[in-house]
Write a protein that binds this ligand. Structure first.
Ligand SMILES: Nc1nc2c(ncn2[C@@H]2O[C@H](COP(=O)(O)OP(=O)(O)OP(=O)(O)O)[C@@H](O)[C@H]2O)c(=O)[nH]1
Ligand SMILES: [Mg+2]
Length: 723
């Protein structure tokens, strides 16, 4: 591969692979593993650049470049010393999303403005009424970290908007006003954060200017009591006043400290951007915004809008108020899309790589009910919120009729409209009416089947999906797929990358529990499915031989038909196994039991001899087959089969559909022609041929055409040339 490739120093491409200089020596294997993790990205980006650095992030090689989908042999590495390309400095800024939470009027938006200088309330109505209605956004640059704020409304009527904002946050800023302390939406927002598994947060006691030290102390005690035993138990509690500015610096310090503890997001995962806003911008067209929860996206990428599954192109990207060429997980991102009207987009849709996912209508999940909720009956209707999406759902318990407050259970959620989500995604459930948060959960299977109640297999399967490691989960998925699973099927079912999947499969393949039934495109099946299929094939072949003793074997296509509903890949793997084990043999398109010889009865053997003799004697003036049949001691269907055997053994040669010659006759003809050529030259008019061979015109033409095909003669005008 020649041609200069522009290098891109992008640490996220090698992040987490642990590929170090010392490993490079003989470590081609590791490198391939690393690349296979990237393979999946390669399928939706034109090129991938890899820079390999040593432990001190000093680049050693650059310009690793390969083309999709898995042409690893095209990877080009070049030592930096000979590189003409400068390596751009690494952007080490950490991107962290902070979400506010708390009761109405507790000062969330005012605090965000005091911290960032941006008033997150952007709607006219919000400004007029002095409340937040929909999500607002602002940024704060601290040393080494860029905080993106998602400011949510506290009003109980707008909790659904709050839910659309809280999905992708790294840390929560729980706002509690000193003069009011804990109020209903303080509890509800806090419950939501817990149910969504938000890992960390900071508590700000706002409006500290309105109370004296004693009250502040009391509020602090109430808060400590409130968060005891939760993820916020050890969180800093910081009194602040947006009015006086007190505590703002301390809060910034804590924000920075907390941001630093946020683990970097892995940009090599599949890209997902749940959309929270869409609008049309003059001169640009359609723009959507959201928190990039996973993976990365570049300008010019082709992406897909789910659930409608519309392919669009990324025309431009904005992150934190700047135009960028690439956005990664953990960033607030605005995407300018080409190929779609703003009206076609709504909150709750998701941008993701094209063609790899499938929106879910039915999911199996672990559901947890809040202690404060009322018991929830199986088949109850609920409001389902995930990411920025919401849908009405029916919750069907797998076991039992009712979920008790504070309890958790496996349930199937049947959504009234499709939503794109993946296993592991958390969601919130709200009571149908009156609408309030009652619980939440985590998706286990987004391609769930309808189950019979109390089916132990289902419970066991979902238990593995919930608690198993990737290897165990993959084994369970494959075991539940008698036709095997292709790479795209596993990706859409799990959200894992190609690299994850190969890694998860490796041990089981080595342990012979899983089989790669097709290397390209890669697909796997359980060893049992292949063995079961092989058993079916063996029986089908035996049955065939029994029913057709004179036929050499069963055509593959017919055998495939008798293999039941198995996939083509499993069929071929099973057949391969039988051939390798010397149980069956294939020749051309036919499959037979290995070592099988066609056993002829005495009568059949006599008939075969007779047919052969008749044709041999006839030479080129062959008898009609019907005439031969009359002399045979076997019935005509068998005689036909015997004829087939003779043709296969090449004792007889088929020249045209109804014209069969003995091989000796054809050999003599070749000799005759060779002699003619020597004595009389290469030109052979048809009358000469007829005279030479004694055949009629009826036989002469097909015979000559046969000789042409065999390259004994060539047609030139009306004549033949002997070659
Ligand atoms: N005295 C005092 N008033 C404050 C402080 N912070 C906010 N306020 C006032 O409290 C009121 C509500 O503030 P917002 O920031 O709109 O409250 P919010 O939590 O964003 O409200 P919603 O978004 O509607 O839930 C406004 O009138 C603010 O001026 C503060 O530190 N001290
Ligand atoms: Mg507000």
């Amino acid at each position: 591969m020649t041609g200069a490739v522009k290098p891109a120093w992008d640490p996220s491409y090698v992040a987490g692979t642990g590929l170090h200089s010392s490993d490079l020596r003989g470590a081609k294997k590791r490198l391939i593993a690393t690349l296979s993790e990237l393979e999946n990205r390669a399928t939706h980006s034109k090129h991938i650049y890899i820079t390999i650095s040593n432990r001190n992030k000093k680049p050693l090689f650059d310009n690793a470049h390969f083309a999709p989908p898995s042409a690893f042999d095209l990877v080009l590495f070049r030592p930096l010393a000979s590189s003409r390309h400068p390596i751009p400095a690494m952007d080490s800024t950490k991107h962290v999303i902070v979400g506010t939470a708390g009761h109405i009027d507790h000062g969330k938006s005012t605090l965000v403005e005091a911290l960032t200088g941006t008033n997150p309330d952007r709607l006219e109505e919000e400004k007029r009424r002095g409340i937040t209605i929909d999500l607002g956004f602002a940024f704060l640059d601290l040393e080494g970290a860029r905080l993106g704020f998602v400011d949510v409304p506290g009003h109980e009527r707008f909790v659904r908007n709050m839910l659309a904002g809280v999905g992708g946050i790294d840390l929560v800023l729980l706002v509690i006003a000193a003069d009011e302390s804990i109020k209903p939406q303080t509890r509800e927002h806090f419950d939501i954060c817990r149910l969504l598994g938000i890992p960390r947060g900071i508590i700000a006691i706002t409006k500290s200017d309105l109370v004296d030290g004693d009250v502040l102390g009391l509020v602090r005690l109430e808060i400590e009591e409130f968060v005891r035993g939760s993820f916020l138990e050890a969180a800093p509690i910081i009194p602040v006043s947006a009015r006086s500015g007190a505590g703002l610096d301390a809060l910034k310090q804590e924000l920075l400290r907390s941001a630093q503890s946020v683990p970097p997001r892995d940009a090599t995962r599949h890209f997902r951007l749940p959309i929270d806003r869409s609008f049309a911008m003059k001169g640009f067209g359609t723009v959507v915004t959201g928190t990039l929860v996973s993976g990365a996206v570049k300008v010019e990428d082709e992406v897909e809008l789910y659930p409608p599954q519309i392919r669009v192109r990324v025309r431009g990207l904005h992150s934190g108020g700047k135009s960028v060429t690439r956005a990664v997980a953990g960033q607030r991102t605005a995407v300018n899309l080409a190929g779609i009207e703003r009206e076609e987009i709504e909150r709750g849709m998701v941008l993701a790589p094209p063609g790899i996912f499938e929106p879910a209508r039915r999911l199996d999940a672990r559901v947890t009910l809040l202690g404060s909720a009322r018991p929830l009956k199986s088949r109850a209707r609920v409001h389902f919120h995930q990411g920025t999406a919401e849908a009405i759902a029916e919750m069907v318990l797998l076991d039992g009729n009712e979920l008790a407050p504070g309890a958790s259970a496996i349930a199937q959620l049947r959504l009234e409209k499709p939503v794109l989500l993946l296993p592991g995604d958390r969601f919130i459930l709200r009571q149908f009416s009156p609408v309030e948060t009652i619980g939440g959960g985590v998706a286990l299977d987004v391609r769930a089947a309808r189950h019979r109640r109390n089916d132990p297999h289902v419970a066991q399967f979902l238990e593995t999906l919930e608690r198993g490691n990737r290897e165990e989960i993959l084994a369970a998925l494959v075991a539940a797929s008698p036709h095997g699973l292709s790479m795209p099927q596993i990706i859409s079912r799990t959200g894992w990358t190609g690299g994850d999947i190969r890694q998860a499969a490796a041990n089981s393949i080595e342990g012979k529990r899983l089989r790669v039934v097709s290397p390209q495109p890669w697909s796997i099946a359980s060893a049992k499915s292949v063995a079961d299929c092989a058993a079916v094939l063996r029986k089908a072949i035996e049955d065939f031989h029994r029913a057709n003793p004179l036929l050499p074997g069963i055509p593959k296509q017919e055998l495939r038909g008798r293999a039941g509903k198995t996939s083509a890949e499993i069929f071929h793997a099973a057949l391969d196994d039988l051939v390798k084990a010397n149980t069956v043999a294939t020749s051309g398109d036919l499959v037979q039991r290995a070592g099988r010889e066609i056993a002829l009865s005495d009568e059949e053997a006599r008939a075969k001899e007779l047919i052969e003799k008749e044709f041999e004697r006839a030479g080129l003036t062959v008898p009609s087959f019907v005439a031969v049949l009359e002399k045979l001691p076997v019935e005509s269907r068998r005689a036909q089969k015997i004829l087939q055997i003779l043709l296969r053994e090449k004792v007889l040669i088929k020249v045209a559909d109804d014209l069969v010659f003995h091989r000796a006759a054809v050999a003599r003809l070749r000799e005759t022609l060779a002699k003619y050529r020597k004595e009389r030259g290469e030109r052979l008019p048809i009358p000469a041929f007829k005279e030479l061979t004694g055949v009629t015109r009826k036989y002469a033409i097909p015979l000559l055409e046969y000789l042409d095909r065999e390259h004994v003669t060539r047609r030139v005008g009306d004549e033949r040339v002997i070659l």
